[in-house]
Design a protein around this ligand. Sequence first.
Ligand code: ADP
Ligand code: MG
Length: 483
Amino acid sequence: MDQNLGLIWERCLKFMRDNLSASEHEDVKKLEHSFDLLFDRVQPMSLINHNLTLLVPSDFYKEYIEENYLSLLSAALKKNIGKGVKLWYSVMENKPHGLEKPATQNYKGISVQAPKVQEVLPTSVSKNLVNPFVVPGIKKVNIDANLNPNLSFDNFVEGESNKFAYTVAKTIAKRPGATSFNPLFIHGGVGVGKTHLAHAIGLDIKQNLPDKVVLYLSSEKFIQQFVSAAKAQNKTDFGNFYQMVDVLIIDDIQFLSGKAATQDMFFHIFDHLHQNGKQIILTSDKAPADIQDIQERIVSRFKWGLSAEVKSPDFDTRKKIIVDKLHRDGIVLKDDMVDFLAGEVKSNVRELIGVINSVIAHSMISKSDLSLDLLKETINKIAANQKKTINIPYIQEVVCEYFGIQREQLLSKTRKREIALPRQLAMYFAKEYTNATFTKIGEEMGGKDHSTVMYACETIRDVSKIDKELKKYLKEIKDKIFE
Ligand code: ADP
Ligand code: MG
């Protein structure tokens, strides 16, 4: 071993040892106990262009380090080697005569550019990693699972229309990767609860198995990341990143249609994860066989596990959703009113919830008790409203009026905060309340790139979690949109 490398590694070990107690790991004692045992048997093998390869006795070591020490190790590497270090493992197992053979079969076929001596999974702890989900902190390399806490199983109403998908989802959440339901392919029409179920699985896993790396994203985001990774010649990093994930949830996978290069990448990631017993969950507005322009090998993989259709809610499911939703808001409706509502709004759950929200709002404004007459009146108003509204221009109009700015300003390129924020809000609402894609919204927002829209939606969502002012904007504008 290079003496220099030996020294560097010693410093890394010292740093880690010194900072064990500061680790964010939930069981610091466990870290302290296992540290020497573990790292005594780990050797630094090479450090080439910021690629550090560790020689570990078996997969177990690699996994143990990844699960328990990654944050510390990442901080140590950053401090002692510098930013942008990538970590690779070479696994000794099954190789009595050195390293001439691939380390393990499991990893075969994926590590496109892995050093020749190994076929193991490199894990990047690089800050420059193309993937924005990696948020390297001082103490922890963190992957934001991207899950919406409101879309839990607790908030999901089970009914005939979703029973099968719901049951399978719950089963998978208990034993991700360990059932034959891999991948789980959830399909169905608009607004029936596919995204909700997908989040619910992720949330449940995070709650019961917090060490699992869960990642939710839309296929649009996946495509966008892949394209920028390809531009930056970072495809390998991109692929490697996804291979770290234990539970990969990709929403609206039908958008991969026609994207051949992204499909190739997806195919490799899929196979790697599948072979390693990682759980894959996909949603789509179509059954696997009905997605256009998608490689046959991918379609056939979609069918490997289980396809579960979520249907439009039937009358009884709609009733249950209404009662549940109102109950959460502390409102009780008489049976005949619930029946009336359930009879009126048939299309999908999203619309149903929209109507319920309006009913609640109206009943609060009018301050009168809800009667069947008032309900009918409300529904009529909503219906009239819905006919003319909630498209992108309408949202732009509401936002402009709210902030007292001109439409031209909203669509302009200026980055002044008093314009940029309304613009981001308009993009966010467009995504929330219309079916427009990021690309379409970008076009209608004065010819912005879809990635700008995506970024805006994310920013608004993230910042509104903590920012009171933004929360207020969201609420007030939403009320105006549905007024
Ligand atoms: P999809 O992804 O199928 O288009 P979503 O999962 O986004 O639909 O659902 C649309 C809205 O309806 C969301 O607000 C979701 O929380 C709600 N929703 C859907 N199905 C249910 C259900 N069974 N119980 C409660 N809420 C539901
Ligand atoms: Mg969806």
